[in-house]
Design a protein around this ligand. Sequence first.
Ligand code: IPE
Ligand code: IPE
Ligand code: MG
Length: 242
Amino acid sequence: MSDIDPEKLPKHIAIIMDGNGRWAKGHALKRALGHRKGVESVRTVVEICRKTGIDVLTLYAFSMENWFRPHEEVSALMKLLAEFLDGEVQEMMDQDIKLMATGKIDSLEPAVLRKLKGAMEKTSGNRGMVLNLALSYGGREEIAMAARKILSDGLSGKIKADDVDEALFQSYLYTSGLPDPDLLIRTGGEHRISNFLLFQSAYTELYFTSTLWPDFREEDLLEAIAHYQKRERRFGRISEQL
Ligand code: IPE
Ligand code: IPE
Ligand code: MG
C-alpha cells in the first residue's frame, strides 16, 4: 500500500481477467476449475479496489466471442456467474458496492439474467464503488448497437445529424455515465485488447502481466497501480504543458 499515492489513483480500473484455462492446465485440472479459482481473485480485487478508493472497477468476465467456446465451458461459466451473484449480493450491500453490467446481457440465459437484474436493482442505491461486469460484451457490437440506436433516434426526430458528436455517441454506449478507464490491466501474458472497451480506452494506460488470473493477488494489483502512477498522461500535449 505504501507505494500508492492516494492523490493519483485511477478513477476507473478495467481488467481483462485472462489465464484461467492455462492455470487449470498447469494444475492438471479441468478448465472450469480454473474459472472457479478465478472467482477468488475477483473477490480479492473487488475488496482491494473498494478499500483503496477506486470509483469504478470493470471486469471482463465473458466476451461475445466466448459464446463460441465448447458448450460445456459456456455452461460452467454461466453457472459460476449465477453462483457469484447469489453469493456476493450481500457482500456488495455490506461494502456499499453498486453492481452494473456492460454488454448484450439479453443473450444470457433467462435465469442468470433474472439474478443479474435482481442484484443490480438491489445494489442500485450503493455509492461506495461501481462494480461493472462486462458480460456478453464485444466492443464492436457495442459500437454497432450505439450506431443503430442513434440512427433510430434520428429517424424518429429525437436527434439531428449535427447532434452526433463524441459526447452523444458515448451516451449511447453500455458504459454511459461511467468515466473512461484510466488503467487497463490484462493478466495471462497476451498483449491484446480482445474486443474490450474499444471506444472507451482511447487514452487508457495499458498494463500487461504474465500472472495468470487465478494467481492475481493484492500485491499484483498494487504493483499495477504503482506503475500507472509513474506514467505521464499527456493526451497529445507535451510534458511542459501538463
Ligand atoms: C479467461 O480465462 C476467462 C474467460 C475468458 C471467461 P481463459 O479461459 O481465457 O484462460 P486461458 O486464456 O485459456 O488460459
Ligand atoms: C478475453 O479473454 C475475454 C475475457 C477475459 C472475458 P480471451 O481468452 O477470450 O481472449 P483471446 O481469445 O485470447 O483473445
Ligand atoms: Mg484466454
